[in-house]
Design a protein around this ligand. Sequence first.
Ligand code: NAD
Length: 496
Amino acid sequence: MAEHAITPRVARRLEAVQRLLIDGQWQLAGDGRSEDIFNPSSGEIITTAATATEEDANRAVAAARASFNDHRWTGLTPAQRAKVLWRVADLIGAHAEEMAELEMLDAGKFYLGALNGEVPFAAECFRYYAGWCTKIEGTTKQLSTVPGQAFHIYTQREPIGVAALIIPWNGPLVQAAWKIAPALAAGCSVVIKPASQTPLSITRLGELMIEAGVPDGVINIISGGGSTIGRLLAEHPDVGKVSFTGSTEVGKQIIDAAKGNLKKVTLELGGKSPVIVFDDADLEGAIAGAAEAIFSSAGQVCVAGSRLYVQDSVYDEVISGVAEIAKNMKVGPATNSAMDMGPLISRQHLQDVYRMVEAGLAEGAKLAAGGKLITDGGGYFIEPTVLADTTHRMSVVSDEIFGPVLVAMPFSRQEQVVALANDSEFGLAASIWTRDISKAHLTADAVRAGLVWINCHGIPDMAVPFGGYRQSGWGRENGYESLLQYTELKSVIARL
Ligand code: NAD
């Protein structure tokens, strides 16, 4: 299929400055400042977005706090709140083409991939948490400390209050939905800060949320710098919860910033996820799966399968199979659905990824595929890259690259590969490829990661908790577990 042409509706939208949403009002930044937004497929400026000032951020927090205090959201019945969230999902579905186009232009997602993947998945997230609104429950308890007297004891879940949601540029719409939907289902009011590169789909989502009936002040959107506006939100005394997705380095800064009022913190951070291929695996499936695990979204996925461990006897076959796929991939603009892999998010990130590849080669990795920048056209492209015969002493093996760069190593025994897989500061995800069901589950048990796939990689689901061990984070997203992280638990002991 050919180039996806931008529809007049989206083109018109991009002519205007993208605004901030504070207390139900779309507005420019207090000082009128805005930032250029680039299309990573072409390097061209596509629009500009208002950059919040500190005063704007403070007003957004105040609006969220006022909306929480006057119960304009929590005062609705759970079923009424569920209907609003369901309506958000329906509106995302009704505007799916527009949302997919914005995700394509801003985040470099393929149009069809976004239309059939990210956009319906974001809608599904709102439906999933709409379902939880009416099912937030406490428990009853029995007292043992005071014999001979009657008590009624129960627990209840209450929303924390104002939740600050800070998200990265990879998959902005889904990342936003994963935080906004459970926060609102729990009864919180939110201030969300998109990454400064990718505010477009979240701005449109904000419009749809207002249209769906989310009251003014319950959802606020402020685009702006991380070290200024992001930090202010993480420090703010009126914010009770910060949910952050991004790099491990910034995650640690969030912890420091949140100390002042000991706000609750959830962190979804980096990863260096192992893909383990045993010699009894369906090799055709494992080779295709390993390639997909690293090259999907050009490797800019937190759960990317970026370390490949292959059992000795099939190592050469698997590496050459993955390398062959890499060499045959068509790399080009996300607007062209004939391409297999799109751009990196920015020129800076492209340079960082390329520097990591050079460092790996300098440290002795063997180039099995790729390794070059693609410089024709103005977009930010690099070839899908496979570095073979790497070791755990190399920075390409220890550090997250967040690009389409796979490092590969052989192993001989199950205990050895488990030790290698666990020899990482991260522990976000892993996949295990084998036909032996016992080996699969025993290995899954031994690998220290928050999400383990067997004979597949990267499949998400709203019902399945998602998050990391070790320096991959604190807490979980998705499932009931995520919703609970936007609540406080109260126990009530009543003498009858
Ligand atoms: P980043 O940490 O640089 O930025 C993430 C967000 O934090 C942005 O909105 C940014 O503006 C903001 N920010 C930056 N400095 C801040 C500060 N001092 N205080 C408060 N906020 C600040 O990450 P990125 O480069 O945008 O995204 C890539 C990283 O995100 C990778 O490490 C990737 O693994 C991680 N990620 C993790 C998950 C997950 O679920 N575990 C999902 C996607 C991405």
